[in-house]
Design a protein around this ligand. Structure first.
Ligand SMILES: [Zn+2]
Length: 67
């Protein structure tokens, strides 16, 4: 028999989203497409710290695989 995965209940889903939001809020890897500057920030809407460009690629650190 194939085991059907149990869907997350509401509380589990809320906690999961909270964890993602927290991780995302405090660990956003930023890469400026304009000057190549790279940094980690807590916000997703800041311009490049180096050149002020708004053309910044942002990757939440939790998206990186462990190790
Ligand atoms: Zn820049």
């Amino acid at each position: 028999m194939t085991e059907i995965p149990r869907p997350l209940n509401e509380d589990e889903l809320k906690e999961w989203q909270w964890r993602l939001n927290e991780a995302n809020r405090h660990n956003v890897f930023c890469h400026c497409r304009h000057c190549g500057e790279e940094w980690v920030d807590s916000f997703t809407d800041v311009p490049c710290k180096s050149c002020g460009s708004g053309d910044v690629e942002r990757i939440a650190c939790w998206q990186f695989p462990d190790g």
